[in-house]
Design a protein around this ligand. Sequence first.
Ligand code: PLP
Length: 453
Amino acid sequence: TPHTLLAQQDISAHLHPFTNLAAHADVGPLVITRGDGIHVIDEQGRRYIEGMSGLWCSSLGFSHPRLVAAGIEALQTLPYYHTFNHRSNPPVAQLAEKLLALAPVPMGRVFFANSGSEANDSAVKMVWYYHNAIGKPGKKKILARHKAYHGVTVAAASLSGLPTNHRDFDLPIDRISHVDCPHHYRFGLPSESEEDFATRLADALEQRILAEGPDTVAAFFAEPVMGAGGVIVPPATYFAKIQAVLRKYEVLLVADEVICGFGRTGAMFGSTTFGMQPDILTCAKALSSGYVPISAVMVSPAVHAAIAANSGKIGTFGHGYTYSGHPVACTIALETLRVYEDEHILEHVQALAPGFQARLRALGQRASVGEARGVGLIGALELVADKASRQSFAPELKAGPRLAQLAQEEGLIVRAMGDTVALCPPLIISEAELGELFARLERAFGRFEATLG
Ligand code: PLP
């Protein structure tokens, strides 16, 4: 079918992120024009269940009246002001206080940015600033994990552990390197228990810190559940073991809660679900249900005290964005957090999660699925050519994208990351809508497996 006028405009003018640019003119854009609850609607009026909340963010769906009303009022009241040099505004102060009250561990202060990448870049700079401030300027190296996703700015892309984030960009930068990914299904040894796997990874981390030199290692970044790397849920004891090593060598733990934050795992933060006690926590996405760009970095009282004291010496904390603490974004974020409470979203997720995970695992019985995994309302299905040997499909088959395309034809948007297909529906999804989501996914699987012959 020929492209619509809008599609043609897009093709000739818009350089897309994370897209095969060479193929864009042929494939054409899927132009989404409207949102309604858990649905998005395209130019032709086709409705899709957004099984990924966009990019893991639209937790309250696409038409929440309270967020819209809050945004309109904020635009009419104070459409912009900054927060440099002691300036503030009502929503930023209230939002900061609210985030400290929700934090999974006692936190000292909250810094605001506009995206997950910026939050993580800010966290990297704060880590360096902190170690300089406490007289440990040798601590510069940062460890993250293979298959991590922390964003795309230079430091955040370096923290990420996926080839697409590094290849052809001359990344990672020298100070950032990677350790093992805690995916038992793929990296556990034959007959190794999850517990033993976690022990082995913690031992390997300790050996790595010793090899690098403990006086040179500044921080360890980790998502509670690795999202874009394939929804990888760590072994239950993984973070306890990792943290024991980090504490021994005075390495800060930075929890990237950009996906897990605000109820996704069944607790307010993934750190609570997985027993993490971060020194620094970054969040974004569901902080505003994706309605406006905003992210936050929470720092522990100790980190705050050290960087505040140092800024007193040199006269300023030399970091911040034009839009740090943007009043419209902060108003919508604050309203989002209030809606989570007023609509009992956490309890709703806890009620729905067992059914969601059970349905996911039922799909995991299919011949083409090697592993079904997840926690709370996030999950993934890893497609395999052979279930017993866990043999992957040939890359040229593009099994994951094919399944995602078939799901789209069935009216369901899911995300293929290689041959892992992720689900991360809006947290407001109802039991009936969940049933419909899985019915569409089942139909897509039926068609997918039929094409395998
Ligand atoms: N961290 C995690 C865990 C993410 O999933 C993402 C985005 O998907 C980011 C950071 C980067 O966020 P942004 O795209 O807002 O820069």
